[in-house]
Every structure is written in structure tokens, then in C-alpha cells.
Design a protein around this ligand. Sequence first.
Ligand code: ADP
Ligand code: MG
Length: 227
Amino acid sequence: MQEEIIASEKIKIVSDIAASVAHEIRNPLTSVRGFIQLLGKDGLPAQTRGYYQKICLEELDRAQNIISDYLSLAKPDPEYIDRINLKEEVEYVSHILLTYANYNNVAINTILFEAAYVQGDRQKLRQALINIGKNAIEAMPNGGILKFSLEKVNDTALLTITDTGVGMTMEQIKRLGTPYYSTKEKGTGLGTMVSFGIIKKMQGNIEIISEPGVGTEYLITFTILSA
Ligand code: ADP
Ligand code: MG
């Protein structure tokens, strides 16, 4: 299954969503506050105390997830536009993801042939690739293989991120990149939106090939800077 992601309509302007993200973080904080108050009561049965504590931790995790998925957008502009060696950045991101991958029984393969220089904000590009890699790992609850490959095709750098995970239907692919679309219990539905926004801003292109039960492949292309 193949779907061209026409990002421009899907991606909301940062200021537009900032307010709704703040709202999403305020909700868990409000409920944590309430439960901490309840925890202060005398003579609470251990079971009840444990239950309140569990809710607090889950809600804080949720706030944490929202913040980390949204991190790059929350950073102040202007952007720091640099000449970026894609090979180095993919290596960096695969290292960052290693612990999370190990924890999920996922092996990471990198096939990075040569340096390819592109233009963009290094931190934001990292954030974009981490979000996509994180999703790939989360799509493999029983383990699997996450592969990063980088090659040059004429004046284009082609970065492929492949997983052997649950895959997506055409309908699901279409909803990728829209705010708050998530199929996960603790999902934020912000990761892909942030990633697609960053890649689009770098004049990059994203194509997704996926098959339920088989896996997903992200094909990301950027124009290579001349030497
Ligand atoms: P979240 O990860 O918090 O759910 P994202 O915006 O990062 O939010 O992803 C949105 C949804 O897209 C996920 O919940 C998942 O259903 C789907 N998705 C993204 N990447 C993949 C992938 N590699 N394989 C399968 N499903 C994916
Ligand atoms: Mg995600």
C-alpha cells in the first residue's frame, strides 16, 4: 500500500496547536493534583493508596510523552539552519534509540553508505527521526528489526526507515500526521505531526509503504547540498 503524504494541508501552524498542547498537559496535571490531595487523607487502605499512586504515575507519564513528542516545536524560533551530514545524524539517532529498542527486543540495523549533506535545523531533524524511529519500535511489541538505510540517488538523499511491525491500512496511513491521531493507550498523536512538519520545512518528501502484519517503510528524500 502506498500513500503520498501531502503534508501542507495536514500540518497546522505551530501557534495554532500550541494552545491545544498546553490544554493536553493541563488535564493530567489537574488530575494528579486531585489524587495527591486524596493521598493526604488519614487511614487510607493500602490498596486505595496504591491505586491513587498508579493513576498519578500514569498521568505524569502522559504529560511527559506529550512534552517529548512536542519538544522541537516548543523550542524557540528562529531555527538554526545548518549544513547537516545526514549519515552522522542517522547514526546519532540510532544510538539514542538503542536502549528503547533493546528494551523492546528490537534490533537496529544501519546501512549508511556515504556522507550526504542537506540543509536544515539539526536538533529538529533529530527530533523528527527519533519520533519516527520510536513509532517503528512501538509497532513491534514482540520484537523485530528496525532498519535505517541511506543512499544517494543523483542529487537526492534517500533515507529509508523500515520496521517489521504491525503495519497500517491505507486509512491509517491517511490519518498519520494529523494531531491527536493515536491507536496507543498512552499515545499523544503528536509524534508524526511534529516529524512531518520538520521534514516538510526542510523541503523533504515523505512516502509511506505499509502492509498490516508485515511492516512499514518510510521513504524520506532530501535534496543534497552541492559541495
Ligand atoms: P503516538 O505514537 O503517540 O500514537 P504518533 O503521531 O507518533 O502518535 O503516531 C500516530 C499513530 O500512527 C500511532 O498511534 C500508530 O497507530 C501509527 N503509526 C505510526 N508509525 C507507525 C509504524 N511504524 N507502524 C505502525 N503504525 C504506526
Ligand atoms: Mg509516536
